[in-house]
Design a protein around this ligand. Structure first.
Ligand SMILES: Cc1ncc(COP(=O)(O)O)c(C=O)c1O
Length: 510
């Protein structure tokens, strides 16, 4: 047996090998691991008889008790079976582990992955998210940490130790009520706390909408260009996606689409279309609600940056436009508080909240209770409203600085959006590839995103840069845009040179 599993390592051996810090594992543990490994790799084949505990103890130089305990452990987990004739290797069901050495094999063969895994395309890395110009990144250095710490401490004082247990699966009632009250007042949403389901950010809210309202193969409409998170959620639900173009009035649905591609879900960001920044017109909102109602479809209203309106009067939510609209209103605290909080929500229509209560109790687990309670406190105490007010003013100032810089360096600049939120979108001429420019910008420590990366069908209209100003101080914006403009000029010059070189080549060939 020692030839199959090798000798066990003792402290003295380790010292001789020069390993003074690493003590070998206890002999019993080593013996168990060696035998397991030999069984898994087939060196001890199924059905083979292991030596008696007495013999193996002598061979390995350990006490008999060590071997007996090792055999008992292996029997308890099913590697071996003990009967009257002795201890035998159990035939294991996973043939792949027996058919060859495990070490060095791929973790799982390609076919083991679900098809949807291959449908994701790499577009970003998280490390870049700290760079200036990152879209969707709030001014983290302006977050009122002291007030937040106070809210957390109060929650701990009042709610511990009970809040260490599982919470209500749909979220802390205090937070659901606080959100409902805030949404009624600030966004004109028609809701009560009982309709609010707390989720792990907007992303989980989108996933939940897919799980509650669709079956695999159903059709979901997505804005094109549009939010990648929505597409990821629809992909996970095995939905078919119909790209719907976007113009200055937001999502532009072709009249025949309702019959040709009847949707189950329609994703829209009406307050500030992501990423073009268009505001969905009231006429289109009403038409969408009316048609969705007639076709039995659900509208997902992603109000991700509706709180930061910079021009004119606030535009109320689509959900609140008419009574009982077929709207699933999704929100997030990632921008209004900070992304790592991972708290978002979906407001379900009243009747739906009742019908899905049982399913939600089974599907969700209540957690992050202290953060939820602290957030409820933060909202109720007025801290949240004050923070929003301060951030609105800050983002307005930053947006103006970005506009000025773009006008100065990219004239004539075609800038989209800006009524809400924390980014502007700059259209680029077709000859200037947005992905290449983004790559070069990243090398300079700047992180705008390529507009084309948000499109299901990229084309000249989706060639551009999505430029965030939330996390970038006003005085940093002009130098950053200057860098972008230099990179763009350099690309244009190279493109012009290569075109004239290819013209010369063509002429010579003629
Ligand atoms: C359009 C849109 N919706 C929602 C979110 C928020 O997502 P989450 O709450 O999962 O962070 C983002 C974040 O970038 C977004 O761009």
């Amino acid at each position: 047996m020692i030839e199959i599993i090798g000798p066990l390592l003792r402290s003295a051996d380790a010292a001789n090998l020069g390993s003074s810090t690493q003590k070998p594992a206890p002999l019993q543990k080593q013996l168990i691991e060696r035998l397991q490994q030999a069984i898994l790799t087939g060196r001890l084949p199924a059905g083979s008889l292991l030596p008696s505990s007495r013999l193996l103890a002598v061979e390995m130089g350990v006490s008999r008790n060590t071997v007996v305990i090792a055999y008992e452990h292996l029997a308890a987990v099913g590697y071996v079976i003990a009967d009257q004739q002795g201890t035998r290797v159990n035939p294991l069901s996973g043939s792949s582990v027996r058919d060859g050495e495990m070490t060095g094999q791929a973790v799982a063969p390609e076919v083991a992955y679900a098809t949807r895994v291959g449908q994701f395309a790499a577009t970003r890395t998280h490390a870049d998210n700290t760079f200036p110009l990152t879209p969707g990144m709030p001014a983290l250095d302006r977050f009122p940490l002291t007030a937040w710490r106070r809210a957390l401490e109060r929650s701990m004082e009042h709610a511990l130790p009970l809040a260490l247990g599982y919470g209500e699966p749909t979220g802390e009632p205090a937070l659901r009520d606080a959100i409902a009250a805030h949404l009624r007042m600030a966004r004109g949403v028609r809701c009560e706390g009982a309709q609010v389901v707390i989720t792990e950010g907007a992303q989980e809210a989108l996933n939940l909408c897919v799980r509650l309202f669709t079956n695999p193969g159903d059709t979901a409409w997505v804005e094109d260009p549009g939010y990648r998170g929505a597409k990821a959620a629809f992909n996970l639900g095995d939905l078919r996606m119909l790209p719907v173009p976007v113009d200055a009035e937001g999502m532009a649905v072709a009249p025949d689409a309702w019959l040709a591609h009847p949707p189950k879900l329609i994703y829209t960001s009406p307050a500030h279309q992501y990423p073009t920044g268009a505001v969905l017109s009231v006429a289109r909102r009403l038409a969408l609600i009316e048609q969705a109602r007639r076709s039995g479809a659900w509208l997902i209203e992603d109000d991700y940056d509706g709180e930061f309106r910079h021009t004119g009067e606030p535009i109320a939510s689509m959900q609140g436009l008419v009574d009982d609209a077929p709207v699933l209103y999704v929100g997030s605290f990632s921008k209004t508080m900070f992304p790592a909080l991972r708290i978002g929500f979906v407001v379900l229509p009243r009747a739906v909240a009742g019908r899905t209560a049982v399913a939600l109790q089974e599907m969700l687990r209540g957690g992050h209770r202290l953060e939820q309670l602290a957030l409820a406190r933060f909202i109720e105490s007025g801290e949240f409203g004050r923070h929003l007010g301060r951030m609105r003013r800050l983002y307005r100032e930053r947006q103006q600085a970005l506009r000025d810089a773009l006008a100065a360096h990219f004239a004539p600049a075609q800038i989209l959006g800006g009524d809400c939120g924390m980014h502007l979108t700059l259209r680029l001429p077709p000859a200037l590839d947005d992905r290449t420019l983004v790559e070069r910008a990243r090398a300079e420590g700047l992180n705008p995103r390529a507009l084309s990366s948000f499109a299901l069908h990229p084309g000249p209209a989706t060639n551009g840069l999505v430029i965030g100003y939330g996390n970038t101080a006003a005085e940093q914006l002009a130098p950053a845009v200057h860098t972008l403009a230099s990179l763009a000029r350099d690309m244009s010059r190279k493109e012009a040179r290569s075109q004239s070189a290819s013209k010369v080549r063509t002429r010579r060939l003629r």
